[in-house]
Design a protein around this ligand. Structure first.
Ligand code: NAD
Ligand code: DAU
Length: 361
């Protein structure tokens, strides 16, 4: 495989990034330079299967380090940058927003500056081929009522959490680098992902692990908030499709048409655990469900209209929610070592801080 087919991935040791790197090596096979500064959410164990694979080059560093990024770009001459690196947890952004501004806003700005300088040095043919793909979220569009139409690419931005505002800000910077400097950018706005290597601070893995251990299942508010769930490998295939055939300057909404109320997601997980990991001591996992104090500014409903990527690029998700959630529960049951490794002291401190003050209702 040619060196000029290599790509630079940022945040490739996180949940979606590591799934992307693993599937890229399997499906495409060209080299990946993986730049990640290994925050609490970054985990090299996610990429253990590539330890002896020369196509995966891991670099421990910050996207905001322009000297490092420029050296990497000059050395490896990637044909694309796929930008996942971010602070990604809404609850953490409410408790401590600083890191979200630093990485999601300033980090993206800094990466864009490095990409712009690199792009300017490329030959005309290389410039034509180069892409900067920014991985963003549906949370930039705000919150929907029960009968509102799904978010499309023209829905006005209305971010409600510091996380969503930081991602919206980064989307605007990416857009500006296309219009002002001609950097060939692409943006994807995706709904909630789930699947292997999902850090257990997020709803689905938290409920799987708490349920497995007979701990309370803390459901925020009335449990009727709706998310549109997409299996992570389907998000990865969407990103590959956009990178391959997306039109520079365009944005693409990505979603699985799998809207579920949180409480339905949690009861589905309870029933799967009762079936796959029955425990006489715990009994029915549904009994563990505990309604707790809501998230401030909690968006009620997300829903994605993915007609553009389906019609223009022929992308379709392969997984249905029912099969994907079963595979996900099975993955956590089969990967207890991974779970033990990610649940460090810092993880326990976060769980203590986030849930101690959420009184059961
Ligand atoms: P994650 O928190 O699991 O992983 C983030 C990764 O970025 C980690 O490996 C972390 O170490 C790395 N990182 C953080 N700051 C960095 C920095 N300054 N320099 C280099 N690396 C840094 O996040 P995720 O859930 O995999 O999300 C990846 C991207 O996809 C994010 O941009 C997020 O906004 C977006 N997104 C996520 C979802 C979802 O459901 N998880 C949905 C839509 C979009
Ligand atoms: O929509 C895409 C976004 O999805 C991504 O951009 C974010 O990076 C990702 O974290 C995710 O954000 P959410 O806030 O939707 O995900 P989270 O798993 O934190 O919560 C999902 C829903 O479950 C939400 O309505 C809050 C609720 N929840 C969450 C936790 C952690 C609970 O009821 N209890 C919990 O303990």
């Amino acid at each position: 495989m040619n060196k000029e087919d290599s790509i630079l991935v940022t945040g490739g040791a996180g949940f979606i990034g590591s799934n992307f790197v693993l599937t890229w090596i399997m499906e495409i096979g060209s080299p990946v330079i993986n730049l990640d500064n290994l925050t609490y959410a970054g985990n090299r164990n996610n990429l253990q299967s590539l330890d002896r694979d020369s196509r995966h080059i891991f670099v421990h560093g910050d996207i905001a380090d322009q000297a490092l990024v420029s050296d990497l770009l000059r050395e490896h001459k990637p044909k694309a940058i796929v930008h996942f690196a971010a602070e990604s947890h809404v609850d953490r952004s409410i408790v401590a927003p600083d890191a979200f501004i630093r990485t999601n806003v300033f980090g993206t700005f800094s990466l864009l500056q490095s990409a712009r300088a690199y792009h300017a040095e490329l030959s005309a043919d290389e410039q034509k081929r180069f892409r900067f793909l920014h991985v963003s979220t549906d949370e930039v569009y705000g919150s929907l009522g029960p009968d509102d139409p799904a978010f499309s690419e023209t829905t006005p931005y209305a971010p409600n959490s510091p996380y969503a505002a930081s991602k919206a800000s980064s989307d605007h910077l990416v857009r500006a680098y296309f219009h002002t400097y001609g950097l060939p950018v692409l943006t994807t706005n995706c709904s909630n992902n789930y699947g292997p290597y999902h850090f257990p601070e997020k709803l689905i893995p938290l409920m799987i692990l708490n349920g497995l251990e007979g701990e309370q299942l803390p459901v925020y508010g009335d449990g009727k908030n709706v998310r549109d769930w997409l299996y992570v490998e389907d998000h990865c295939s969407a990103i590959r499709a956009v990178l391959d055939s997306g039109r520079p300057g365009e944005t693409y909404n990505v979603g699985g048409s799998s809207e579920r109320q949180n409480i339905d997601v949690v009861t589905t997980i309870c029933d799967l655990l009762d079936e796959l990991a029955p425990s006489d001591a715990i009994g029915s996992r549904r009994k563990l469900i505990t309604y707790v104090t809501d998230r401030p500014g909690h968006d009620r409903r997300y829903s994605i209209d993915a007609r553009k990527i389906r019609q223009e690029l022929g992308w379709e998700p392969a997984e249905r929610f029912e099969s994907g959630i079963r595979k996900t529960v099975e993955w956590y049951l089969a990967n207890q070592n991974w779970v033990e490794n990610v649940r460090s002291g810092a993880y326990h401190q976060w769980i203590e801080a986030n849930y101690a003050e959420r009184v059961a209702r």
